[in-house]
Design a protein around this ligand. Structure first.
Ligand SMILES: NC(=O)c1ccc[n+]([C@@H]2O[C@H](COP(=O)([O-])OP(=O)(O)OC[C@H]3O[C@@H](n4cnc5c(N)ncnc54)[C@H](OP(=O)(O)O)[C@@H]3O)[C@@H](O)[C@H]2O)c1
Ligand SMILES: *[C@@H]1O[C@H](CO)[C@@H](O)[C@H](O)[C@H]1NC(C)=O
Ligand SMILES: *[C@@H]1O[C@H](CO)[C@@H](O)[C@H](O)[C@H]1NC(C)=O
Ligand SMILES: *[C@@H]1O[C@H](CO)[C@@H](O)[C@H](O)[C@H]1NC(C)=O
Length: 330
């Protein structure tokens, strides 16, 4: 019995140390004075830590989030001494709200050097938005797809500039088809778990990043996506608030979260922000585009991301769903 306990403890320590040793860190200290970054979901978790790190390097940082971000703003100013911070409230679940934000940014900002599509969530159930789109897909995919389109002119004007999509390793277990890109409530209830909706949306982030990379070649605007690692943030609480336990994977994940193992093994938000920060500012990847990163290193993508005709179909359908005008298309 004693030996058994010691072995378990040893295994736990080894795994924890391995996690710490393999976690990528952004070692670049590039100065960002004169640059502007927009971070969606910058009020919490990985996005907040990204905003803090960029502000600490002198960047003008715009945090756009669903919630009031005044407290985050105060905290970042206190920690960095940089008061060049703007906060905006918007809702990715509304195409109008996304358009309003883009219009506001385009009209008031002289430049945009870094656009970080970070906001994302899970556990939203099967609801449909007032735009007639699946809520989970709209927040995690359609919203950022539209926002990035509407800011492309400003990004081009500010080139060299960078677009970043915070995806997830979850994209590897996607079940995305052209049909379930947008779903009715009934279709969603019948055929989709919360985890599948999340995974599908995160594959869309990679496809979208790759699409912008391809279409913006030669403009000085790059686009890359990433998996931040397993990071202990409020997103897991949100995910399990909407989960049905008909799915073994969901159930296992729930156990891991509930019994604290996640908190112990996962990265904290500051560690989880490293790959995003790396993509935002590192000089070594200034010309890299269309890649997917984990722990500050390029990583292979899910096979579907290499399927050009499939990616192109998802892109075209997304253009229609977010009602892009012809002149707004790339
Ligand atoms: N944590 C992980 O282990 C992990 C792993 C892989 C990928 N990711 C990705 O990392 C990104 C950041 O997640 P996180 O872990 O830092 O979670 P988080 O702490 O929950 O942060 C997400 C932020 O996005 C905001 N947001 C949610 N819905 C929004 C909407 N409709 N409009 C505008 N903003 C909205 C949230 O606001 P509210 O608080 O109001 O909801 C929150 O501030 C997500 O894209 C996630 O998919 C995370
Ligand atoms: C989904 O819709 C139901 C019923 O219309 C509502 O009670 C619930 O709050 C909605 N959930 C979200 C996450 O919007
Ligand atoms: C952004 O603003 C410029 C002028 O500052 C304008 O020409 C352009 O049409 C605007 N783009 C969008 C998408 O609103
Ligand atoms: C999304 O799919 C549902 C179900 O097929 C449909 O009713 C709805 O109109 C679609 N949304 C859009 C914007 O086409």
């Amino acid at each position: 019995m004693f030996v058994f306990v010691v072995l378990i403890l040893l295994a736990v320590i080894i795994v924890k140390v391995a996690c710490k040793l393999t976690a990528g860190r952004c070692k670049s200290n590039v100065c960002l004075v004169g640059k502007t970054a927009l971070i969606t979901g910058g009020n919490s978790g990985i996005g907040y830590q990204t905003a803090l790190a960029l502000a600490g390097r002198g960047c003008r940082v715009i945090i756009a989030d669903k919630d009031n971000c005044d407290e985050s703003k105060e905290n970042i100013i206190k920690a960095t001494g940089n008061s060049n911070l703007v906060v905006k409230t918007f809702d990715l679940a509304s195409l109008d709200s996304v358009r309003e934000l883009a219009k506001d940014i385009n009209a008031t900002e002289e430049r945009l050097d870094i656009l970080i599509n970070n906001a994302g969530t899970s556990g939203l159930g099967h609801n449909i938005t007032k735009d007639g789109l699946h809520l989970g897909m709209q927040v995690n995919h359609f919203g950022g797809f539209l926002l990035t389109h509407l800011l492309v002119d400003l990004l081009k004007k500010s080139a060299p500039s960078r677009i970043i999509f915070v995806s997830s390793i979850g994209a590897f277990i996607h079940k995305l088809t052209l049909k379930n890109l947008n779903l009715s409530e009934e279709q969603s209830k019948e055929s989709m778990s919360q985890l599948s909706i999340y995974a599908n949306s995160k594959l869309c982030n990679i496809l979208t990043s790759d699409g912008f990379a391809e279409k913006l070649k030669g403009t000085g605007v790059t686009s890359n996506s990433l998996h931040p690692g397993v990071v202990y943030t409020p997103i897991y609480r949100k995910h399990f608030s909407g989960v049905e336990f008909n799915d073994i994977l969901n159930f296992l994940c729930y156990g891991v979260v509930k019994y604290g193992a996640l908190k112990f093994f996962a990265k904290d938000a500051e560690e989880g922000a490293q790959t995003t920060i790396y993509l935002a500012l590192s000089k070594t990847i200034k010309d890299v585009t269309g890649k997917y990163f984990i722990d500050c290193k390029p990583f292979m993508k899910p096979p579907a991301a290499y399927n050009k005709p499939f990616a192109e179909k998802i892109w075209k359908a997304s253009e229609d769903y977010v009602k892009l005008a012809t002149k707004e298309k790339l």
